[in-house]
Structure formats: structure tokens, C-alpha cells
Design a protein around this ligand. Structure first.
Ligand SMILES: C[S@@+](CC[C@H](N)C(=O)[O-])C[C@H]1O[C@@H](n2cnc3c(N)ncnc32)[C@H](O)[C@@H]1O
Length: 301
């Protein structure tokens, strides 16, 4: 199916091929996203007036213009084709959002994405994959929405399939929308201490990461515990473990915000009789790495 789609794309774009050749080697033909899909993309990204959105290959500017007009956001679009840029600028003017929706004739691969809180794309699978390393290096928490094409083994947080009457002009068809959040980089060895039940407990966490998926091991006072419910959403991390504290099995649920080599948050302790919440902070570093990688002889609890 995916192999077929680019050909459909190319055929439907024939009308604009002569215009496309004006620009230097466009990577993707012009096929506009139907308005109801644009609305869905911006809904899924939960765009607000605080957002700065960049549309890569912005066509007639409809995504940036809608983000500004309906969602109050600011942003810009880039397109190689000067005709598309003129259309987009007129579109922004007509909709009264020229102060918040800008358009530049620029190659999307040479565009600085640093200021974006939301990136939108309607490109092609191989273009998405070429962009992927750059996207994964953006500020953790940056939201990315793509019309019709995913990013292979970087699984989206959310996917929506919809039937769309205005797909490919009025031909109709189905659209898929994929939504990701750039994950913080959390792989490595973390450590912290907590005073629980009057006793200082030393924690060592070794985390492995594949995009937003986490796995790893947690040692508490040298004993190895199973890491449960490990989640990473942007810079928000959470995980849990059940350990015996003062003879009572206590579930410890950690949640916090990753900021470089630090995590700041809280831990909820739930035992058979008592529940409590404590402040929690963890550090990643060479010392922690040495601690976590020394041989573990303790049994997994
Ligand atoms: C499928 S259209 C999407 C248009 C718009 N984003 C939308 O969803 O309605 C892709 C657009 O990318 C532009 N484009 C293709 N290669 C590009 C490149 N390397 N840099 C910038 N724009 C490019 C094309 O001119 C076209 O307008």
C-alpha cells in the first residue's frame, strides 16, 4: 500500500509539475491536506495560543493559517515552490493572520526547527525517515503530527484513520494521522537516596531506551527489583517498583520531569496500611554508572 501511495501522489500532482520544476528539486509533490484532516492534526497536537508551529512543505499554507486562525498559535511554513509561497502569503492575508503565520521559500532540510513546539508534515515515508534524527534531537516534548506517513519503528503516541470526502480533490479516500512527542534522552545510570520509615535507602536505576519505550533494572540498597509501568512522554518519566520497607511490601511510584542529567518529581508510597508522597530527585552520571554496572548477586524481588 505504501509503495502505491507515492505514485498516486505523483499522478495527482501532475497539474502542478510544471510549477514544481520552477523550484530546485522538490522532494515531495504538492497534494493539499483536506481541511478536516488539518483540523484533526491540530486537535491531536492540542495546539494552543502558546504554540509555535512549523509546517514542513507548507503548500498553500492551510495548516499554519488554521493553527493561527482557529487555535491562536503562531508559526511559519517553508516550501521550495515560490508559487505555493505566494498562495500561502495570500491565504494568511485573506484570513487576517499575516502577523502570526509567515511563509518562506526554503528547503525543509535546511530549516532550523529549534523554535518549534509543534511540527506538522505531509511528506513521504523516506522524507520522514530522513528527517527523523533531526526531529528526535528537538527539545523533549515537541509534538509532531504527520498526515498519512509514519516513522517506521518510532511508534506514534496516537494514530487516527479517517474517511475523507475531499481527499485528492473530490476523489475521496482515507487519511491517517500520526502523533509523536519527542522523548527526553534518559538512557544510562541514575541514582538517588530517599529516607523512608526513618531509614536511608539508596536507589540505582539502569535505564535502556528505544524512542519513548523504556526498560531497565532498579536496585534498592543493593537488592534487584522489577521495574514496572515505565513510561516516558516528552520529558515526563514515571515507573514503579514494589519493595519491602520496614517489613511491609510497599509500592513506590516515581514520577518526574527530566532536565538533562537530573530528574525532579515525587514518589508515592503505598503500603498495606499507610500511603504517603515524598519529593524525589535523581542524578545521572559516571558515579551512578559505576554503581549500577557492578555485578549484581542479589535476587530479583
Ligand atoms: C504534500 S504537499 C503538503 C502541503 C501542505 N503541508 C498540506 O499539508 O496541505 C508537500 C509540499 O512540500 C513542498 N516541498 C517538497 N519538497 C520540499 C523541500 N525539499 N523543501 C520544502 N518544501 C518542499 C512541495 O512543494 C509541496 O507544496
Amino acid at each position: 500500500m505504501l509503495r502505491f501511495i507515492p505514485r498516486v501522489f505523483a499522478c495527482l500532482a501532475l497539474g502542478s509539475v510544471s510549477l514544481m520544476t520552477i523550484a530546485a528539486e522538490p522532494t515531495v509533490p504538492y497534494v493539499p491536506t483536506p481541511q478536516e484532516v488539518v483540523d484533526k492534526m491540530l486537535d491531536m497536537a492540542k495546539v494552543t495560543p502558546n504554540d509555535y508551529l512549523i509546517d514542513l512543505g507548507s503548500g498553500d499554507g492551510r495548516i499554519v493559517v488554521t493553527a493561527a486562525k482557529k487555535f491562536g498559535a503562531r508559526g511559519f511554513g517553508v516550501d521550495l515552490n515560490p508559487v505555493r509561497i505566494r498562495e500561502a502569503v495570500e491565504n494568511a492575508l485573506k484570513n487576517g493572520v499575516s502577523d502570526r503565520a509567515e511563509f518562506f521559500q526554503r528547503n525543509l532540510f535546511e530549516t532550523d526547527l529549534g523554535g518549534a513546539s509543534v511540527i506538522t508534515m505531509y511528506l513521504l515515508p523516506r522524507v520522514n525517515m530522513e528527517l527523523r534524527p533531526k526531529l528526535l534531537n528537538l527539545q523533549p516534548g515537541t509534538r509532531i503530527v504527520s498526515h498519512d506517513f509514519d516513522m517506521d519503528d518510532w511508534k506514534p503516541e496516537e494514530t487516527v484513520h479517517m474517511n475523507v470526502k475531499e481527499k485528492y480533490g473530490s476523489a475521496g479516500g482515507s487519511s491517517s494521522v500520526y502523533f509523536w512527542i519527542v522523548p527526553a534522552k534518559v538512557a544510562g545510570a541514575w541514582e538517588w537516596q530517599l529516607t523512608v520509615g526513618g531509614k536511608v535507602q539508596t536507589y540505582e536505576l539502569a535505564l535502556e531506551q528505544k524512542f519513548q519505550m523504556l526498560s531497565g533494572t532498579l536496585r534498592i540498597n543493593g537488592g534487584l527489583f522489577k521495574l514496572g509501568e515505565a513510561k516516558l512522554r516528552g520529558d515526563q518519566i514515571s515507573f514503579s517498583a514494589s519493595a519491602e520497607i520496614n517489613g511491609v511490601t510497599t509500592k513506590q511510584t516515581f514520577s518526574g520531569r527530566v532536565s538533562g542529567d537530573k530528574i525532579f518529581g515525587s514518589v508515592a508510597l503505598a503500603g498495606t496500611r499507610a500511603q504517603s508522597q515524598l519529593e524525589w530527585s535523581a542524578s545521572r552520571g559516571a558515579k551512578a554508572a559505576a554503581l549500577v554496572t557492578k555485578p549484581v548477586l542479589a535476587a530479583v524481588h
